[in-house]
Design a protein around this ligand. Structure first.
Ligand SMILES: *Cc1c(COP(=O)(O)O)cnc(C)c1O
Length: 402
Protein backbone atom coordinates (compact mmCIF):
# COMPACT_ATOMS: atom_id res chain seq x y z
CA UNK A 1 0.00 0.00 0.00
CA UNK A 2 1.26 3.49 -0.81
CA UNK A 3 1.46 6.15 1.85
CA UNK A 4 -1.53 7.95 0.34
CA UNK A 5 -3.64 4.78 0.36
CA UNK A 6 -2.64 4.10 3.96
CA UNK A 7 -3.57 7.64 4.97
CA UNK A 8 -6.94 7.29 3.28
CA UNK A 9 -7.72 4.14 5.25
CA UNK A 10 -6.37 5.71 8.44
CA UNK A 11 -8.72 8.66 8.09
CA UNK A 12 -11.67 6.40 7.38
CA UNK A 13 -11.04 3.64 9.93
CA UNK A 14 -9.18 5.02 12.95
CA UNK A 15 -10.98 6.86 15.71
CA UNK A 16 -9.98 10.50 15.23
CA UNK A 17 -8.94 11.01 18.86
CA UNK A 18 -5.40 11.77 17.67
CA UNK A 19 -4.34 14.26 15.01
CA UNK A 20 -1.09 12.96 13.52
CA UNK A 21 0.57 14.57 10.49
CA UNK A 22 0.24 13.02 7.03
CA UNK A 23 3.02 10.48 7.12
CA UNK A 24 3.06 6.79 8.00
CA UNK A 25 6.13 5.39 9.72
CA UNK A 26 7.11 1.92 8.64
CA UNK A 27 10.72 1.40 9.86
CA UNK A 28 13.12 2.54 12.51
CA UNK A 29 16.74 2.06 13.40
CA UNK A 30 18.47 3.73 16.35
CA UNK A 31 17.30 7.35 16.41
CA UNK A 32 16.01 7.34 12.82
CA UNK A 33 12.63 6.41 11.41
CA UNK A 34 11.40 6.15 7.85
CA UNK A 35 7.96 6.75 6.38
CA UNK A 36 6.18 4.75 3.69
CA UNK A 37 7.26 7.27 1.07
CA UNK A 38 10.91 6.59 1.95
CA UNK A 39 11.57 9.85 3.80
CA UNK A 40 13.88 9.53 6.82
CA UNK A 41 13.52 11.49 10.05
CA UNK A 42 15.78 12.07 13.02
CA UNK A 43 13.60 10.90 15.91
CA UNK A 44 14.16 13.03 19.00
CA UNK A 45 10.64 12.27 20.23
CA UNK A 46 11.61 8.67 20.97
CA UNK A 47 8.00 7.50 20.81
CA UNK A 48 7.39 9.95 23.70
CA UNK A 49 10.31 8.81 25.87
CA UNK A 50 9.63 5.14 25.14
CA UNK A 51 12.31 3.89 22.73
CA UNK A 52 14.99 4.03 25.42
CA UNK A 53 17.55 1.93 23.52
CA UNK A 54 16.59 3.27 20.07
CA UNK A 55 14.41 1.70 17.41
CA UNK A 56 14.86 -2.00 16.76
CA UNK A 57 18.02 -2.43 18.81
CA UNK A 58 19.35 -5.82 17.62
CA UNK A 59 19.52 -7.17 21.19
CA UNK A 60 15.95 -6.16 21.94
CA UNK A 61 14.59 -7.44 18.62
CA UNK A 62 16.42 -10.76 19.06
CA UNK A 63 15.25 -11.19 22.66
CA UNK A 64 11.62 -10.58 21.66
CA UNK A 65 11.87 -13.00 18.72
CA UNK A 66 13.50 -15.70 20.84
CA UNK A 67 10.98 -15.35 23.68
CA UNK A 68 8.06 -15.31 21.22
CA UNK A 69 9.21 -18.73 20.07
CA UNK A 70 9.58 -20.06 23.65
CA UNK A 71 6.74 -18.76 25.88
CA UNK A 72 4.62 -15.63 25.69
CA UNK A 73 1.85 -15.78 28.24
CA UNK A 74 0.65 -18.00 31.06
CA UNK A 75 -1.37 -15.49 33.20
CA UNK A 76 -0.63 -14.70 36.82
CA UNK A 77 -2.06 -18.01 37.95
CA UNK A 78 1.50 -19.21 37.40
CA UNK A 79 5.02 -17.84 37.80
CA UNK A 80 7.04 -17.28 34.64
CA UNK A 81 10.83 -17.14 34.64
CA UNK A 82 11.14 -13.82 32.75
CA UNK A 83 8.98 -11.86 35.20
CA UNK A 84 10.89 -13.28 38.14
CA UNK A 85 14.22 -12.34 36.56
CA UNK A 86 13.06 -8.81 35.75
CA UNK A 87 11.64 -8.28 39.24
CA UNK A 88 14.99 -9.38 40.66
CA UNK A 89 16.84 -6.89 38.44
CA UNK A 90 14.54 -4.02 39.40
CA UNK A 91 14.88 -4.66 43.13
CA UNK A 92 18.68 -4.86 42.75
CA UNK A 93 18.89 -1.60 40.84
CA UNK A 94 16.65 0.45 43.14
CA UNK A 95 15.81 0.97 46.81
CA UNK A 96 12.54 -0.95 46.34
CA UNK A 97 12.01 -4.55 47.36
CA UNK A 98 8.72 -5.49 45.65
CA UNK A 99 7.49 -5.31 42.06
CA UNK A 100 4.03 -5.43 40.49
CA UNK A 101 3.82 -5.62 36.69
CA UNK A 102 1.12 -4.19 34.45
CA UNK A 103 0.91 -2.75 30.93
CA UNK A 104 0.79 1.05 30.80
CA UNK A 105 1.61 4.14 32.75
CA UNK A 106 -2.01 4.89 33.56
CA UNK A 107 -2.51 1.37 34.82
CA UNK A 108 0.58 1.63 37.02
CA UNK A 109 -0.76 4.88 38.48
CA UNK A 110 -4.17 3.29 39.08
CA UNK A 111 -2.22 0.72 41.07
CA UNK A 112 -0.57 3.48 43.13
CA UNK A 113 -3.99 4.95 43.98
CA UNK A 114 -5.37 1.57 44.99
CA UNK A 115 -2.21 0.71 46.90
CA UNK A 116 -2.37 3.96 48.89
CA UNK A 117 -6.00 3.44 49.88
CA UNK A 118 -5.81 -0.25 50.56
CA UNK A 119 -2.50 -0.09 52.45
CA UNK A 120 -3.98 2.55 54.77
CA UNK A 121 -7.08 0.41 55.17
CA UNK A 122 -4.93 -2.61 56.05
CA UNK A 123 -3.26 -0.48 58.75
CA UNK A 124 -6.68 0.35 60.20
CA UNK A 125 -6.50 3.91 58.84
CA UNK A 126 -9.91 3.67 57.21
CA UNK A 127 -10.43 7.46 57.04
CA UNK A 128 -7.31 7.92 54.97
CA UNK A 129 -8.77 7.82 51.48
CA UNK A 130 -7.66 11.13 49.99
CA UNK A 131 -4.99 11.50 47.35
CA UNK A 132 -3.11 14.76 47.03
CA UNK A 133 -1.88 15.52 43.53
CA UNK A 134 -0.42 18.60 41.88
CA UNK A 135 -1.58 21.19 39.39
CA UNK A 136 -0.19 20.66 35.85
CA UNK A 137 0.55 17.00 36.61
CA UNK A 138 -0.07 14.24 34.10
CA UNK A 139 -0.76 10.69 35.25
CA UNK A 140 -2.65 9.07 32.36
CA UNK A 141 -6.06 8.72 30.75
CA UNK A 142 -7.99 6.05 32.62
CA UNK A 143 -10.56 7.58 34.97
CA UNK A 144 -8.54 7.13 38.15
CA UNK A 145 -5.30 8.40 36.60
CA UNK A 146 -7.24 11.21 34.93
CA UNK A 147 -8.76 12.19 38.28
CA UNK A 148 -5.29 12.82 39.75
CA UNK A 149 -4.14 14.68 36.61
CA UNK A 150 -4.10 18.40 37.37
CA UNK A 151 -4.96 19.71 33.91
CA UNK A 152 -8.60 20.63 33.40
CA UNK A 153 -8.39 20.35 29.59
CA UNK A 154 -8.19 16.57 29.97
CA UNK A 155 -11.24 16.52 32.27
CA UNK A 156 -13.68 18.16 29.81
CA UNK A 157 -16.84 16.09 29.52
CA UNK A 158 -15.40 13.16 31.47
CA UNK A 159 -16.97 13.80 34.87
CA UNK A 160 -17.83 12.86 37.47
CA UNK A 161 -14.23 12.06 38.33
CA UNK A 162 -12.91 10.03 41.26
CA UNK A 163 -13.81 11.70 44.57
CA UNK A 164 -11.23 12.28 47.29
CA UNK A 165 -8.59 14.03 45.19
CA UNK A 166 -7.08 17.41 46.13
CA UNK A 167 -4.72 19.50 44.01
CA UNK A 168 -1.97 21.81 45.22
CA UNK A 169 0.50 23.89 43.17
CA UNK A 170 3.60 21.88 42.20
CA UNK A 171 6.80 23.02 43.90
CA UNK A 172 5.02 24.84 46.75
CA UNK A 173 6.07 22.99 49.90
CA UNK A 174 3.97 25.12 52.25
CA UNK A 175 0.83 24.41 50.22
CA UNK A 176 1.65 20.71 50.28
CA UNK A 177 2.23 20.69 54.05
CA UNK A 178 -1.06 22.51 54.59
CA UNK A 179 -2.92 19.97 52.45
CA UNK A 180 -1.55 16.78 54.04
CA UNK A 181 -3.74 15.77 56.97
CA UNK A 182 -5.47 12.92 58.82
CA UNK A 183 -7.48 12.00 55.71
CA UNK A 184 -4.51 11.77 53.37
CA UNK A 185 -3.79 8.30 52.07
CA UNK A 186 -0.99 9.38 49.78
CA UNK A 187 0.66 12.14 47.82
CA UNK A 188 1.46 11.55 44.15
CA UNK A 189 4.08 13.56 42.28
CA UNK A 190 6.27 13.43 39.20
CA UNK A 191 9.92 14.02 40.23
CA UNK A 192 10.00 16.41 37.26
CA UNK A 193 6.66 17.33 35.71
CA UNK A 194 7.00 16.25 32.11
CA UNK A 195 3.78 16.74 30.13
CA UNK A 196 2.98 19.84 32.20
CA UNK A 197 5.86 21.71 30.52
CA UNK A 198 9.06 20.11 31.93
CA UNK A 199 8.96 21.64 35.40
CA UNK A 200 11.93 20.83 37.65
CA UNK A 201 10.93 21.29 41.32
CA UNK A 202 12.77 23.80 43.52
CA UNK A 203 15.70 22.44 45.57
CA UNK A 204 14.53 20.59 48.67
CA UNK A 205 10.91 20.26 47.52
CA UNK A 206 10.77 16.47 47.10
CA UNK A 207 12.72 15.92 50.33
CA UNK A 208 10.35 18.31 52.11
CA UNK A 209 7.30 16.43 50.83
CA UNK A 210 8.92 13.16 51.98
CA UNK A 211 9.29 14.61 55.51
CA UNK A 212 5.76 15.96 55.55
CA UNK A 213 4.35 12.59 54.49
CA UNK A 214 6.35 10.77 57.16
CA UNK A 215 5.25 13.20 59.86
CA UNK A 216 1.59 12.61 59.00
CA UNK A 217 1.60 8.93 58.02
CA UNK A 218 0.75 9.57 54.39
CA UNK A 219 2.39 7.56 51.62
CA UNK A 220 4.66 9.23 49.10
CA UNK A 221 4.09 7.98 45.55
CA UNK A 222 6.22 8.99 42.59
CA UNK A 223 5.05 8.77 39.02
CA UNK A 224 8.33 7.86 37.29
CA UNK A 225 6.63 6.85 34.04
CA UNK A 226 8.59 9.50 32.13
CA UNK A 227 11.43 10.42 34.53
CA UNK A 228 12.41 6.83 35.33
CA UNK A 229 14.55 4.38 33.43
CA UNK A 230 17.58 6.58 32.92
CA UNK A 231 15.79 9.54 31.40
CA UNK A 232 17.37 11.97 33.91
CA UNK A 233 20.73 10.15 33.90
CA UNK A 234 19.96 8.10 37.01
CA UNK A 235 18.01 4.85 36.99
CA UNK A 236 15.08 6.47 38.78
CA UNK A 237 14.56 10.20 38.39
CA UNK A 238 14.08 10.66 42.14
CA UNK A 239 17.68 9.52 42.71
CA UNK A 240 18.79 12.87 41.32
CA UNK A 241 17.00 14.48 44.24
CA UNK A 242 18.11 11.94 46.86
CA UNK A 243 14.53 10.97 47.76
CA UNK A 244 12.96 7.51 47.92
CA UNK A 245 9.17 7.21 47.70
CA UNK A 246 7.06 4.45 49.28
CA UNK A 247 6.14 3.27 45.80
CA UNK A 248 6.66 4.48 42.25
CA UNK A 249 5.30 3.75 38.81
CA UNK A 250 7.39 2.93 35.73
CA UNK A 251 6.32 2.47 32.12
CA UNK A 252 7.38 4.24 28.89
CA UNK A 253 11.06 3.26 28.48
CA UNK A 254 10.94 0.05 30.53
CA UNK A 255 10.77 -2.35 27.59
CA UNK A 256 12.02 -0.08 24.82
CA UNK A 257 8.70 0.07 22.98
CA UNK A 258 7.08 -3.18 24.04
CA UNK A 259 4.04 -2.50 26.28
CA UNK A 260 5.07 -3.04 29.91
CA UNK A 261 4.76 -1.13 33.16
CA UNK A 262 5.72 -1.75 36.75
CA UNK A 263 5.10 -0.47 40.25
CA UNK A 264 8.05 -0.60 42.62
CA UNK A 265 7.05 -0.91 46.27
CA UNK A 266 8.92 -0.72 49.59
CA UNK A 267 8.96 -3.80 51.82
CA UNK A 268 6.92 -1.91 54.45
CA UNK A 269 3.98 -1.98 52.00
CA UNK A 270 4.30 -5.63 51.05
CA UNK A 271 0.83 -6.33 52.47
CA UNK A 272 -0.73 -3.26 50.82
CA UNK A 273 -2.47 -5.20 48.07
CA UNK A 274 -3.35 -8.61 49.50
CA UNK A 275 -4.27 -11.57 47.24
CA UNK A 276 -7.45 -10.84 45.32
CA UNK A 277 -7.27 -7.06 45.70
CA UNK A 278 -5.57 -6.21 42.42
CA UNK A 279 -4.51 -7.95 39.21
CA UNK A 280 -3.80 -7.67 35.52
CA UNK A 281 -4.24 -10.47 32.99
CA UNK A 282 -1.38 -9.44 30.72
CA UNK A 283 0.71 -7.87 33.50
CA UNK A 284 4.25 -9.24 33.62
CA UNK A 285 3.80 -11.67 30.79
CA UNK A 286 6.93 -13.52 29.70
CA UNK A 287 7.25 -11.76 26.34
CA UNK A 288 7.05 -8.24 27.79
CA UNK A 289 9.44 -9.11 30.61
CA UNK A 290 11.95 -10.65 28.17
CA UNK A 291 11.90 -7.29 26.37
CA UNK A 292 12.42 -5.55 29.73
CA UNK A 293 15.41 -7.77 30.52
CA UNK A 294 16.97 -7.09 27.11
CA UNK A 295 16.63 -3.34 27.70
CA UNK A 296 18.53 -3.65 30.99
CA UNK A 297 21.28 -5.66 29.26
CA UNK A 298 21.67 -2.88 26.73
CA UNK A 299 21.68 -0.31 29.57
CA UNK A 300 24.66 -2.13 31.12
CA UNK A 301 26.58 -3.01 27.96
CA UNK A 302 26.31 0.48 26.53
CA UNK A 303 26.53 2.33 29.88
CA UNK A 304 23.36 4.22 29.01
CA UNK A 305 22.99 6.01 32.35
CA UNK A 306 26.39 7.63 31.80
CA UNK A 307 25.44 8.38 28.18
CA UNK A 308 22.18 10.00 29.20
CA UNK A 309 24.07 12.17 31.69
CA UNK A 310 26.72 13.22 29.16
CA UNK A 311 24.33 13.76 26.27
CA UNK A 312 22.05 15.62 28.68
CA UNK A 313 24.84 18.05 29.58
CA UNK A 314 25.67 18.56 25.92
CA UNK A 315 22.02 19.11 25.06
CA UNK A 316 21.71 21.67 27.89
CA UNK A 317 24.66 23.64 26.45
CA UNK A 318 23.21 23.51 22.94
CA UNK A 319 19.77 24.63 24.12
CA UNK A 320 21.23 27.41 26.29
CA UNK A 321 23.02 28.73 23.20
CA UNK A 322 19.79 28.48 21.20
CA UNK A 323 17.84 30.41 23.85
CA UNK A 324 20.55 33.11 23.83
CA UNK A 325 20.17 33.44 20.04
CA UNK A 326 16.39 33.53 19.71
CA UNK A 327 14.12 36.03 21.42
CA UNK A 328 11.11 33.75 20.93
CA UNK A 329 12.85 30.98 22.94
CA UNK A 330 12.38 32.16 26.50
CA UNK A 331 13.91 29.37 28.57
CA UNK A 332 15.61 25.99 28.52
CA UNK A 333 13.96 23.46 30.82
CA UNK A 334 14.64 19.97 32.14
CA UNK A 335 17.37 17.54 33.06
CA UNK A 336 19.21 14.72 31.29
CA UNK A 337 17.40 13.61 28.16
CA UNK A 338 14.11 15.21 29.19
CA UNK A 339 14.73 18.74 28.02
CA UNK A 340 13.02 21.41 26.03
CA UNK A 341 12.72 25.03 25.14
CA UNK A 342 9.80 27.21 26.21
CA UNK A 343 8.47 29.53 23.49
CA UNK A 344 7.24 33.06 24.10
CA UNK A 345 3.98 34.68 23.09
CA UNK A 346 5.11 35.76 19.62
CA UNK A 347 5.32 32.29 18.11
CA UNK A 348 2.94 29.38 17.48
CA UNK A 349 4.45 26.22 19.05
CA UNK A 350 2.51 23.98 16.65
CA UNK A 351 3.97 25.85 13.68
CA UNK A 352 7.49 25.42 15.11
CA UNK A 353 6.89 21.74 15.71
CA UNK A 354 5.56 21.30 12.14
CA UNK A 355 8.42 23.27 10.62
CA UNK A 356 10.90 21.13 12.53
CA UNK A 357 9.26 18.02 11.11
CA UNK A 358 9.45 19.44 7.59
CA UNK A 359 13.19 19.73 8.23
CA UNK A 360 13.26 16.02 9.05
CA UNK A 361 13.34 16.16 12.84
CA UNK A 362 10.67 14.71 15.14
CA UNK A 363 10.13 16.27 18.57
CA UNK A 364 7.14 16.59 20.90
CA UNK A 365 5.33 19.43 22.63
CA UNK A 366 4.79 19.68 26.38
CA UNK A 367 2.69 22.11 28.38
CA UNK A 368 1.39 23.67 25.15
CA UNK A 369 4.44 25.88 24.49
CA UNK A 370 7.55 23.77 25.18
CA UNK A 371 9.36 21.97 22.35
CA UNK A 372 10.53 18.80 24.07
CA UNK A 373 13.32 16.39 23.20
CA UNK A 374 13.05 12.91 24.76
CA UNK A 375 15.32 10.86 22.49
CA UNK A 376 16.71 7.37 22.89
CA UNK A 377 19.33 7.21 25.66
CA UNK A 378 21.91 6.12 23.07
CA UNK A 379 21.32 9.14 20.81
CA UNK A 380 24.62 10.62 19.61
CA UNK A 381 26.00 14.10 20.19
CA UNK A 382 25.91 14.65 16.41
CA UNK A 383 22.23 13.73 16.28
CA UNK A 384 21.45 16.19 19.07
CA UNK A 385 23.45 18.89 17.25
CA UNK A 386 21.49 18.22 14.09
CA UNK A 387 18.19 18.41 15.98
CA UNK A 388 19.04 21.66 17.75
CA UNK A 389 20.30 23.23 14.50
CA UNK A 390 16.98 22.29 12.87
CA UNK A 391 15.07 23.81 15.80
CA UNK A 392 17.10 26.97 15.44
CA UNK A 393 16.22 27.16 11.73
CA UNK A 394 12.57 26.39 12.49
CA UNK A 395 12.40 29.19 15.09
CA UNK A 396 13.94 31.63 12.63
CA UNK A 397 11.53 30.58 9.88
CA UNK A 398 8.40 30.69 12.02
CA UNK A 399 9.22 33.99 13.73
CA UNK A 400 10.08 35.52 10.35
CA UNK A 401 13.78 36.11 11.09
CA UNK A 402 15.42 33.84 8.58
C1 LIG B 1 2.93 9.00 29.62
C2 LIG B 1 2.70 9.22 31.06
C3 LIG B 1 1.67 8.54 31.74
C4 LIG B 1 0.66 7.67 31.03
O1 LIG B 1 1.24 6.53 30.50
P1 LIG B 1 0.36 5.60 29.49
O2 LIG B 1 1.28 4.47 29.21
O3 LIG B 1 0.05 6.44 28.30
O4 LIG B 1 -0.85 5.20 30.21
C5 LIG B 1 1.57 8.73 33.10
N1 LIG B 1 2.41 9.52 33.76
C6 LIG B 1 3.42 10.19 33.14
C7 LIG B 1 4.34 11.04 33.94
C8 LIG B 1 3.59 10.06 31.77
O5 LIG B 1 4.55 10.74 31.16
Amino acid sequence: MTQDALLETAKAALLPNYAPPDLVLTRGEGSEVEDRAGRRYLDLAGGIAVTSVGHCHPKLSAAIAAQAARLMHVSNLFYNDRAIALAGELTERTAFERVYFCNSGAEANETLIKLARRAQFERGQTDRVEIIATEKSFHGRTLGALSITGQSKYHVGMGPLLPGVRFVPYGDLDAMKAAIGPKTAGVILEPVQAEGGIIVPPAGYLAGVREACDAEGALLLFDEVQTGYGRLGTFLGAERFGVVADACSLAKGIAGGFPLAAVLIRESLKGGLPPGSHASTFGGNALACAAGLAVLEVFDEEALLASATERGQELAEMLDALVAQHDVATERRGLGLLQGVALGEGVDPIAVYGNLRDRGVLATLAGGNVVRFVPALNVSREQLEKGVAALSAALAAVSGND
